[in-house]
Design a protein around this ligand. Structure first.
Ligand SMILES: [Mg+2]
Length: 182
Protein backbone atom coordinates (compact mmCIF):
# COMPACT_ATOMS: atom_id res chain seq x y z
CA UNK A 1 0.00 0.00 0.00
CA UNK A 2 1.01 3.61 -0.47
CA UNK A 3 0.89 5.26 2.96
CA UNK A 4 1.24 8.93 3.91
CA UNK A 5 2.36 9.62 7.48
CA UNK A 6 2.00 12.99 9.18
CA UNK A 7 4.77 14.41 11.38
CA UNK A 8 3.29 16.88 13.89
CA UNK A 9 1.44 15.08 16.68
CA UNK A 10 1.79 11.73 14.87
CA UNK A 11 5.53 11.08 14.52
CA UNK A 12 6.53 14.00 16.75
CA UNK A 13 5.26 15.36 20.05
CA UNK A 14 4.49 18.78 18.59
CA UNK A 15 1.94 19.91 21.19
CA UNK A 16 4.25 19.02 24.07
CA UNK A 17 7.09 21.01 22.47
CA UNK A 18 4.87 24.02 21.70
CA UNK A 19 3.53 24.12 25.27
CA UNK A 20 7.10 24.02 26.64
CA UNK A 21 8.21 26.88 24.39
CA UNK A 22 5.10 29.04 24.97
CA UNK A 23 5.44 28.61 28.74
CA UNK A 24 8.92 30.09 28.51
CA UNK A 25 7.23 33.32 27.40
CA UNK A 26 5.37 33.30 30.76
CA UNK A 27 2.03 32.19 29.35
CA UNK A 28 -0.36 30.30 31.64
CA UNK A 29 -1.99 27.12 30.36
CA UNK A 30 -5.75 26.78 30.79
CA UNK A 31 -5.68 23.08 31.68
CA UNK A 32 -9.28 22.30 30.75
CA UNK A 33 -8.73 23.70 27.24
CA UNK A 34 -5.55 21.80 26.40
CA UNK A 35 -6.01 19.82 23.17
CA UNK A 36 -9.75 20.59 23.16
CA UNK A 37 -9.46 22.88 20.13
CA UNK A 38 -7.20 22.89 17.07
CA UNK A 39 -6.25 26.52 17.89
CA UNK A 40 -3.39 26.39 20.41
CA UNK A 41 -3.82 30.07 21.34
CA UNK A 42 -7.08 29.03 23.02
CA UNK A 43 -5.14 26.84 25.46
CA UNK A 44 -3.50 29.84 27.12
CA UNK A 45 -4.66 32.81 29.19
CA UNK A 46 -4.18 36.25 27.76
CA UNK A 47 -4.33 38.24 24.57
CA UNK A 48 -4.85 35.80 21.69
CA UNK A 49 -3.02 37.98 19.16
CA UNK A 50 0.02 38.12 21.39
CA UNK A 51 -0.07 34.35 21.83
CA UNK A 52 -0.41 33.83 18.07
CA UNK A 53 2.60 36.10 17.49
CA UNK A 54 4.68 34.10 19.99
CA UNK A 55 3.49 30.90 18.35
CA UNK A 56 4.41 32.14 14.86
CA UNK A 57 7.79 33.38 16.05
CA UNK A 58 8.61 30.03 17.66
CA UNK A 59 7.64 28.13 14.52
CA UNK A 60 9.41 30.45 12.07
CA UNK A 61 12.55 31.48 13.90
CA UNK A 62 13.52 29.69 17.10
CA UNK A 63 16.40 27.26 16.46
CA UNK A 64 15.84 23.79 17.84
CA UNK A 65 12.06 23.96 18.09
CA UNK A 66 11.43 21.54 15.22
CA UNK A 67 14.59 19.46 15.45
CA UNK A 68 14.27 18.99 19.21
CA UNK A 69 10.81 17.43 19.33
CA UNK A 70 10.45 14.09 21.08
CA UNK A 71 9.45 11.15 18.94
CA UNK A 72 6.15 9.42 19.68
CA UNK A 73 6.74 6.18 21.59
CA UNK A 74 6.90 3.20 19.24
CA UNK A 75 7.05 5.33 16.08
CA UNK A 76 10.53 4.26 15.02
CA UNK A 77 9.88 0.55 15.41
CA UNK A 78 6.55 0.62 13.57
CA UNK A 79 7.86 2.90 10.80
CA UNK A 80 10.85 0.60 10.23
CA UNK A 81 8.48 -2.35 9.97
CA UNK A 82 6.02 -0.53 7.69
CA UNK A 83 8.79 0.56 5.33
CA UNK A 84 9.71 -3.08 4.70
CA UNK A 85 6.25 -3.94 3.40
CA UNK A 86 4.76 -0.68 2.11
CA UNK A 87 5.53 2.45 0.11
CA UNK A 88 5.79 4.95 2.97
CA UNK A 89 5.86 8.73 2.56
CA UNK A 90 6.07 11.38 5.23
CA UNK A 91 3.67 14.19 4.34
CA UNK A 92 4.06 17.27 6.48
CA UNK A 93 3.33 20.98 6.47
CA UNK A 94 6.19 23.42 5.92
CA UNK A 95 5.88 26.48 8.08
CA UNK A 96 7.34 29.72 6.66
CA UNK A 97 10.66 30.86 8.04
CA UNK A 98 14.18 29.51 8.07
CA UNK A 99 13.92 26.71 10.62
CA UNK A 100 11.02 24.40 9.81
CA UNK A 101 12.12 22.63 6.62
CA UNK A 102 15.80 22.02 7.47
CA UNK A 103 14.96 21.03 11.04
CA UNK A 104 12.22 18.60 9.99
CA UNK A 105 14.75 16.99 7.63
CA UNK A 106 17.26 16.83 10.48
CA UNK A 107 14.65 15.34 12.80
CA UNK A 108 13.94 12.54 10.30
CA UNK A 109 17.68 11.88 9.86
CA UNK A 110 18.11 11.70 13.65
CA UNK A 111 15.10 9.54 14.45
CA UNK A 112 14.19 7.56 11.32
CA UNK A 113 17.52 6.69 9.75
CA UNK A 114 16.05 4.11 7.40
CA UNK A 115 13.54 6.55 5.89
CA UNK A 116 14.29 7.53 2.28
CA UNK A 117 14.27 11.35 2.20
CA UNK A 118 13.12 11.16 -1.45
CA UNK A 119 9.78 10.11 0.07
CA UNK A 120 9.45 13.30 2.10
CA UNK A 121 6.65 15.61 0.93
CA UNK A 122 6.19 19.15 2.20
CA UNK A 123 2.67 20.37 1.59
CA UNK A 124 -0.28 22.09 3.21
CA UNK A 125 -2.54 20.40 0.63
CA UNK A 126 -2.56 16.75 1.61
CA UNK A 127 -5.97 16.31 -0.01
CA UNK A 128 -4.09 16.36 -3.35
CA UNK A 129 -2.08 13.26 -2.43
CA UNK A 130 -3.17 10.01 -4.10
CA UNK A 131 -2.65 6.86 -2.11
CA UNK A 132 -4.18 4.10 -0.05
CA UNK A 133 -3.89 5.41 3.50
CA UNK A 134 -3.16 8.61 5.37
CA UNK A 135 -2.23 8.65 9.06
CA UNK A 136 -3.02 12.11 10.41
CA UNK A 137 -4.63 14.12 13.19
CA UNK A 138 -5.74 17.27 11.36
CA UNK A 139 -9.52 17.51 10.88
CA UNK A 140 -9.33 19.15 7.43
CA UNK A 141 -6.85 16.58 6.09
CA UNK A 142 -8.88 13.66 7.41
CA UNK A 143 -12.06 15.07 5.92
CA UNK A 144 -10.64 15.79 2.47
CA UNK A 145 -8.23 12.91 1.78
CA UNK A 146 -9.62 10.48 -0.81
CA UNK A 147 -8.46 7.13 0.54
CA UNK A 148 -8.19 5.13 3.73
CA UNK A 149 -7.91 7.19 6.90
CA UNK A 150 -6.23 6.37 10.18
CA UNK A 151 -7.07 9.11 12.64
CA UNK A 152 -4.64 9.93 15.44
CA UNK A 153 -7.27 10.72 18.06
CA UNK A 154 -7.13 13.94 20.05
CA UNK A 155 -9.93 15.88 21.72
CA UNK A 156 -9.73 18.43 18.87
CA UNK A 157 -10.64 15.85 16.21
CA UNK A 158 -13.50 14.06 17.96
CA UNK A 159 -16.31 13.43 15.48
CA UNK A 160 -14.07 13.58 12.41
CA UNK A 161 -14.73 10.43 10.39
CA UNK A 162 -12.00 7.89 9.69
CA UNK A 163 -11.69 4.18 8.92
CA UNK A 164 -9.75 3.49 12.12
CA UNK A 165 -8.84 5.58 15.16
CA UNK A 166 -5.57 5.10 17.03
CA UNK A 167 -3.84 6.71 19.99
CA UNK A 168 -0.50 4.92 19.86
CA UNK A 169 1.90 3.50 17.27
CA UNK A 170 1.44 -0.07 18.48
CA UNK A 171 -2.11 0.10 17.09
CA UNK A 172 -1.02 1.09 13.58
CA UNK A 173 -0.14 -2.35 12.09
CA UNK A 174 -3.60 -3.70 12.94
CA UNK A 175 -5.23 -0.52 11.59
CA UNK A 176 -3.35 -0.94 8.29
CA UNK A 177 -4.36 -4.59 8.09
CA UNK A 178 -8.00 -3.62 8.59
CA UNK A 179 -7.88 -1.05 5.78
CA UNK A 180 -5.99 -3.47 3.53
CA UNK A 181 -8.85 -5.96 3.83
CA UNK A 182 -11.53 -3.47 2.79
MG1 LIG B 1 -0.39 16.59 12.54
Amino acid sequence: MRIFVDMDNVLTQFNKQMITYLRRTNLELIQEKVEKTWEIAEWFEGDKNRIKKSYAYIMSSVPGFWAGMEIMPGAKEVMDHMMKYHEVYIATAAFWGDTCIPEKVRWIRNHLRKFDLNNLIFTQHKELLKGDVIIDDKPKTLTMFEGGKIKWSYPYNIGVEADVEVVKWEQVPAALALIGQK
